[in-house]
Write a protein that binds this ligand. Structure first.
Ligand code: HEM
Length: 273
């Protein structure tokens, strides 16, 4: 840059060179969103194992505490996994904040554009923004519970939390917010990075829309049926809320051999109770 340019305040060529950071941050946002979506797909299947049996859910919960390879289950392992998911969730939310309208003026401009364009994908972005905003609060409540009480994951423990602990309205809202947000997120990722689009872009977009609707409906349906199963179990177990699930206890109860106050009752209590 020569002295005359400097005097006129013309920026140097190196300062004009476009920064790569916006693109890197965009990539990071896509990647963190994809990892969260994959985690949530797996999570939904684990949680819905209650539909198979109480024993199936109990076994999966203990598996994540290392029961298969340690002498006894260690709930802190679950807390560590929750910590990683929380970090990913925070990173994803922080990156998304860059795109939120930052002032009333920006908000008005976006609404005007949205109304002028009447473009369905622009509308979807708006839905994603609001469901994402709701997730800040709803997912934080759930994650904090899982982080601090990992030992209370089990058929009775989860059902008691959902019914007697009044968590079901939070889970219901969380379920809708996360499935709608995740479905739109994956659809936008596929459009952005050109996945599954084929030779004809219009037909590709139509296919992706169908896939998005099927994805959201499937996981919403599975989530609602699962939540209903926990609510039913929570209602049935309400008079014994706080009692822990013990597999052989459930088995002997089924067989009609349970004697109140016996060894099984002692086993079902937490240390110190
Ligand atoms: C490692 C982290 C996580 C763990 C260990 C975990 C575990 C669980 C468990 C055990 C339940 C059954 C109910 C209960 O026990 O309270 C549940 C339900 C649920 N979780 Fe998570 N979760 C995690 C992360 C998340 C995240 C990040 C989201 C969404 C942003 C989420 C959304 C849900 C929803 C919507 C339900 C209700 C499912 C239904 O319809 O029955 N979870 N989770």
């Amino acid at each position: 840059m020569n002295a005359a340019d400097a005097a006129r305040g013309v920026p140097s060529r190196s300062r004009l060179r476009a920064s790569r950071w916006p693109a890197r941050l965009d990539l990071l946002q896509s990647l963190s969103g994809l990892l969260l979506a994959l985690f949530l797909i797996a999570h939904m299947f684990f949680v819905s194992s209650i539909l198979v049996s109480q024993q199936a859910f109990y076994t999966i919960a203990r598996f994540f505490e290392g029961a298969a390879f340690l002498a006894e289950p260690r709930p802190w392992i679950v807390s560590c996994v929750v910590g990683v998911v929380m970090a990913l969730f925070m990173l994803h939310a922080w990156l998304a904040l860059r795109k939120f309208p930052a002032s009333f003026r920006q908000y008005r401009i976006f609404i005007e554009h949205k109304e002028q364009l009447r473009h369905s994908d622009t509308g979807l972005w708006w839905v994603q923004l609001w469901t994402g905003f709701a997730l800040f609060f709803l997912a934080s409540v759930h994650l904090f519970g899982m982080l601090t009480q990992p030992e209370l994951i089990g058929p009775y423990e989860s059902a008691d939390r959902i019914w007697t602990g009044n968590m079901w309205p939070i889970y219901l809202l969380l379920l809708f917010a996360v499935e709608i947000h995740g479905g739109i997120g994956l659809y936008r990722l596929a459009l952005k990075w050109g996945w599954l689009q084929g030779a004809d872009p219009l037909a590709g977009r139509r296919r992706l829309r169908i896939a998005r609707t099927c994805f959201s409906l499937f996981f919403l349906g599975l989530g609602l049926v699962t939540l209903l199963a926990y609510v039913q179990l929570g209602i049935a177990h309400a008079d014994r809320a706080g009692e822990r699930y013990v597999p052989h206890k459930a088995a002997s109860r089924l067989a009609g051999h349970e004697r109140p106050g016996g060894l099984e009752f002692a086993l079902s209590r937490r240390p110190g109770e």
